[in-house]
Design a protein around this ligand. Structure first.
Ligand code: ADP
Ligand code: F6P
Length: 354
């Protein structure tokens, strides 16, 4: 088995609470295995420019509880180019980086896969508040983001109840309605409106009017960012004008990307960080860490990215070329299971709301 002397760790793409805990897991477990760790700052931008410094055991003290990422993050279009990747590989040689743990979303994994193919073994760790990486049940940051949403909505509920108002609350989730679906249940919202399910606004307005007639004072309607930026203000106007319920539109935005990570995210991130190092040191590469029914497994990055497209119904026939019939069956089964899960959340939320 290959003996690693030095590996690198980076955070990239949209930040997510718990990224720091993952970096700490990587650094502490690698050092425990006798491997040095270099922090690559600003994601792939830092790998290209050489913004790389050693991380000691003490450098990751007091970060497990912090939101954001102390390694900073970046979107780096240059890394998608051959020249960018060449510069990154040269820096890997210059700094003696023999393997990389890349923490981020699907774009970050595409970058990780490119590095693997260029000879730098790389393992991805899923971190994004959206939970839109279909190969894992949970991504780092998702739980914290949802807890922040319920905190915000509980506050809106207080003032909504005082004034007999509705709040239409838009939450992040460009690639998935998971935040909206879960937080709608947890906040007792009238409904969650997400891109995954068709919306009958007329029926919603009727439901709200009926509930108001039964004496309901305040309403919460959670909508997912994926509905588009005009949808929330439009719905808010219709609730005011047609249902005659005083309503305010609130876009929670980046607030949910910050804040101290929840217990679940701290544990998940630490566990994934340790697991990723284990896999890298075992000689594995081009893999992403996935949580399935509370167990950590790895998935080939290409498989995970195609599975994601398959689940979202955007996989092209040529994307499936090269996969065995069993692998395609597994994608189908996994997608059906995930779809059933969000359907259950959607129906449950509607059933018990007014
Ligand atoms: P996320 O990782 O949250 O999905 P992005 O999609 O912005 O965020 O991707 C993060 C970074 O990953 C990009 O800025 C780019 O540097 C790198 N990346 C994305 N796609 C590719 C690709 N196809 N090839 C190489 N690198 C990529
Ligand atoms: O992917 C996470 C996410 O927060 C999305 O929900 C949102 O659309 C996007 O990132 C915003 O990204 P930024 O403002 O960092 O470009």
């Amino acid at each position: 088995m290959r003996q690693f002397k030095r590996i690198g760790v980076l955070t990239s793409g949209g930040d997510a609470p718990g990224m720091n805990a993952a970096v700490r897991g990587v650094v502490r477990s690698a050092i425990a295995a006798g491997v040095e760790v270099l922090g690559i700052y600003r994601g792939y931008s830092g790998l290209i420019s050489g913004d790389i410094r050693p991380l000691s055991l003490r450098d990751v003290s007091n970060v497990v509880n912090k939101g954001g990422t102390f390694l900073y993050s970046d979107r780096c279009p240059e890394f998608k180019t051959e020249e960018g990747q060449k510069a990154a590989i040269e820096n890997c040689k210059r700094f003696g980086i023999e393997g990389i743990i890349a923490i981020g979303g699907d774009g970050t994994f595409r970058g990780a896969s490119a590095l693997s193919k260029l000879g730098i073994p790389t393992i991805g760790i899923p971190a994004t508040i959206d939970n839109d990486i279909s190969s894992t049940d949970n991504t780092i940051g998702f739980d914290t983001a949802m807890n922040t949403v319920i905190d915000v909505v509980d506050k809106l509920r207080d003032t909504g109840e005082s004034h007999a108002r509705c709040n239409v609350v838009e939450v992040m989730g460009r690639g998935a309605g998971d935040i909206a679906l879960n937080t709608a249940i947890a906040t007792g919202a009238t409904t969650a409106i997400v891109a995954e399910f068709p919306t009958d606004v007329d029926a919603l307005l009727k439901k709200m009017e009926n509930s108001r007639a039964l004496g309901k004072r305040n309403f919460i309607v959670i909508i997912s960012e994926a509905m588009g930026s005009d949808f929330g203000p439009m719905l808010n106007k219709r609730i005011n004008d047609e249902a005659q319920i005083d309503s305010r539109f609130v876009r929670v935005g980046h607030i949910v990307r910050g804040g101290n990570p929840s217990l679940a995210d701290r544990v998940r991130a630490s566990r994934m960080g340790i697991f990723a190092v284990e896999k890298l040191l075992e000689g594995k590469s081009d893999l992403v860490v996935c949580e399935r029914k509370d167990k950590l497994i790895t998935s080939d990055i290409h498989y995970a990215l195609v599975l994601d497209h398959y689940y979202k119904g955007i996989a092209k026939p040529e994307d499936l070329e090269g996969f065995t019939a069993e692998q395609i069956e597994a994608m189908k089964a996994h997608s059906a299971e995930r779809r059933a899960h969000i359907e259950e959340l959607y129906n449950m939320g509607n059933l018990i709301s007014l």
